[in-house]
Design a protein around this ligand. Structure first.
Ligand SMILES: [Zn+2]
Ligand SMILES: [Zn+2]
Length: 272
């Protein structure tokens, strides 16, 4: 199965329309594509406008009909933990933590290294590990709060931390925070995604999540799917080989794929 369930279009912060994504997927020999527009979050320009959600749903469902038999199209949503829950049904939800909230203010986790540094000073007294601990407390709750099937970019807090330039992911406090979130997710019937999005955009050289996190997820029995968080047609299956190699190195023999019968396991994407 050649599938990617984490994609964005011009309905939110993607560069291409849904139909352009579908045509590119067909050109690239994919069998299946899921759309995961950002759930509405008031005041955030990267999220979908509430008023556009019905149009998003109608358009994806119409495209599903139009391309039936050529490409399986799924209607999903990347449901931010701070967004109101969707009122309409979706084929799947990716639950993500992009921002922290405190006393009516929000702090972005993944906007820029400058935002990270400023947030660390202003919210956490200059302690980046305290930022990470607050982030993982939310990640641990993301399935309970959103009802998602997929946990989005588990260690997004490391987006700008290549070479541990902002904080040390080997620090016992960091490890305890990340592993605590994994433990809490274990009982939730969710999967993690191996997400290559930050590589395609030049922020990282490896997919989310880090190897030791993925190894522990495997021990806890959490399945995985492989996605590229594609914001353009160029990244529909970006670095899937690298993601498959990472999965295998952490003990995974298969990945999960969404089908008309729900999520089913299948071969890692470098085998198909
Ligand atoms: Zn995201
Ligand atoms: Zn995304």
């Amino acid at each position: 199965m050649r599938q990617n369930l984490h994609t964005h279009t011009t309905f939110c912060d993607g560069k291409n329309t849904a139909e352009e994504m579908i045509l590119a997927a067909l050109e690239q020999g994919m069998d299946s594509l899921g759309f995961s527009g950002h759930s509405p979050l008031a005041g955030e320009c990267w999220a979908m406008e509430v008023a556009n959600v019905p149009r998003y749903r109608r358009q994806i469902l119409a495209l599903r009909e139009q391309y039936a038999g050529r490409l399986d199209v799924f209607l999903g949503l990347e449901q931010d933990i701070l967004s109101p829950l969707p009122e309409e049904p979706y084929d799947y939800l990716i639950g993500s933590v992009h921002m922290l909230e405190r006393e009516g203010e929000r702090l972005s986790v993944d906007e820029s290294p400058e935002t990270f540094r400023r947030g660390t000073e202003q919210w956490f007294g200059g302690d980046p590990l305290a930022f990470a601990e607050a982030y993982y407390r939310q990640v641990g709750r993301v399935a309970e709060k959103t009802g998602c099937q997929i946990v989005g970019h588990f260690d997004l807090i490391c987006k700008f931390n290549e070479g541990n330039c902002l904080f040390d992911t080997g620090h016992p406090r960091y490890r305890a925070a990340a592993l605590g979130a994994l433990e809490r997710l274990k009982g939730q019937k969710v999967m993690l995604e191996i997400n290559t999005g930050a590589i395609s955009r030049g922020y990282r050289t490896a997919p989310y999540p880090e190897t030791w996190i993925l190894k522990r997820a495997r021990e806890l029995g959490l399945p995985i799917c492989i996605t590229s968080d594609a914001h353009s047609v160029r990244h529909l299956r970006y670095a899937f080989d690298q993601a498959a190699a990472l999965a295998r190195s952490c003990g995974y023999q298969e990945a999960m794929y969404l089908t008309s019968a729900g999520f089913l396991p299948g071969p890692l994407p470098d085998e198909v």
